[in-house]
Ligand binder design. Structure first.
Ligand SMILES: NC(=O)c1ccc[n+]([C@@H]2O[C@H](COP(=O)([O-])OP(=O)(O)OC[C@H]3O[C@@H](n4cnc5c(N)ncnc54)[C@H](OP(=O)(O)O)[C@@H]3O)[C@@H](O)[C@H]2O)c1
Length: 308
């Protein structure tokens, strides 16, 4: 190929602002997935390791109102979140978060080798039972994909709902999907309605060994309900020293019995900057499928109930 006389300028990667750890990375190690086998191994676990993680205010809220992005984490806990992202194969958020926050869902964590490479970036997954997200290709997650700063997203969408959209014909989204999306976008349809077993089995089948579930409230609350607790391997919550006041989006699972809905065990409180991070595992209320889960997440005593 003929060489041009003037070299084209390097693309400006304005979105990359590296985040560095100012905490001991080992502190959270017991709560993180440990992949002992490669993705292609014969003995693939049925379910990925699930880390539930989010930031909340002192009054248990994750945003000022539904559809509003609210910054709660300080710089130290933000860096921690980006570090956790490098430790998981995928990051999952609900459609409400994808619409409200337009998140990039990549990691800007940097260590001595520099910023997280594309290979180590987690796969963004948008969970969307009702097909509300309606991607058009100009969302941040696609921008990062095109720049090679993140992987293309997987859209887990209700199959009936997707059919309805196709019938209705929103020109932009349907055109976008039919062209194969962009930057590695994949559309994966869900048969069941909010069936975590199906969702997690799909991810495992696609080679995802660990998933960090970051929100929003509807997704977190449904995973904290007794029937779904068995899917959660660990919880890492940032508590920011602020009160959002009434009317915000609250993390509080629907109570399905007479006692407390969820309780943590093996708890560690780690101060980070002005915030505190609480990490733990759930005392599972109902037992089930976790015996097939990823290494390091199976806990034989996890069903023991304790008082409030
Ligand atoms: N502070 C934090 O750490 C943090 C993190 C993330 C988000 N947020 C905030 O949270 C708010 C968004 O929360 P949200 O509750 O409105 O939205 P969300 O939980 O992000 O997403 C809700 C959507 O996810 C779908 N969904 C939930 N569980 C599902 C399941 N098991 N299977 C399939 N689909 C499922 C719901 O389907 P249906 O429509 O059928 O109900 C709904 O459309 C935003 O304001 C955002 O800024 C805060």
């Amino acid at each position: 190929m003929e060489e041009k006389s003037q070299k084209a300028p390097e693309p400006v990667k304005a979105s990359i602002q590296p985040l560095y750890a100012s905490f001991d990375l080992k502190l959270l190690e017991p709560y993180l997935p440990h992949h002992s086998t490669p993705t292609s191994a014969r003995s693939q676990p049925l379910f990925p390791h699930v880390t539930l993680t989010y930031a909340q205010s002192m009054d248990g809220q994750i945003s000022l109102s539904q559809g509003t992005q609210t910054i709660l984490s300080g710089p130290e806990t933000k860096a921690m979140t980006h570090y956790l992202r490098t430790r998981h194969d995928a990051i999952l958020v609900g459609a409400g978060t994808a619409i409200a926050d337009n998140p990039g869902l990549n990691s800007r964590f940097a260590d001595e080798n520099g910023i997280t490479s594309l290979e180590k970036q987690p796969r963004p997954v948008i969970l969307d039972a009702s097909a509300l997200w309606m991607p058009r290709g100009d969302e941040k997650v696609f921008e990062l994909g095109r720049k090679g700063e993140g992987k293309g997203p997987w859209w887990l969408v209700g199959s009936k709902e997707l059919r309805d959209i196709k019938a209705d014909g929103d020109d932009h989204t349907i055109k976008f999907i039919s062209q194969g999306g962009s930057a590695g976008m994949q559309v994966i349809t869900l048969k069941g309605h909010k069936d975590w077993q199906e969702i997690l089995q799909i991810l495992a089948r696609e080679g995802i060994r660990s998933v960090m579930i970051e929100g929003g409230a509807s997704v977190i609350n449904s995973l904290l309900e007794a029937d779904n607790q068995k899917f959660v391997s660990s919880i890492v919550v940032t508590i920011a020293p602020t009160y959002l006041g009434t009317g915000g989006v609250v993390v509080s699972p629907r109570r399905t019995g007479e006692t407390n809905e969820a309780r943590l065990k093996d708890v560690k409180w780690v101060p980070m900057g002005q915030d505190i991070v609480v990490a733990g595992r759930l005392e599972h209320k109902s037992l089930g499928l976790r015996s097939d889960c990823a290494e390091g997440t199976n806990d034989k005593n996890s069903h023991q109930q304790k008082p409030l």
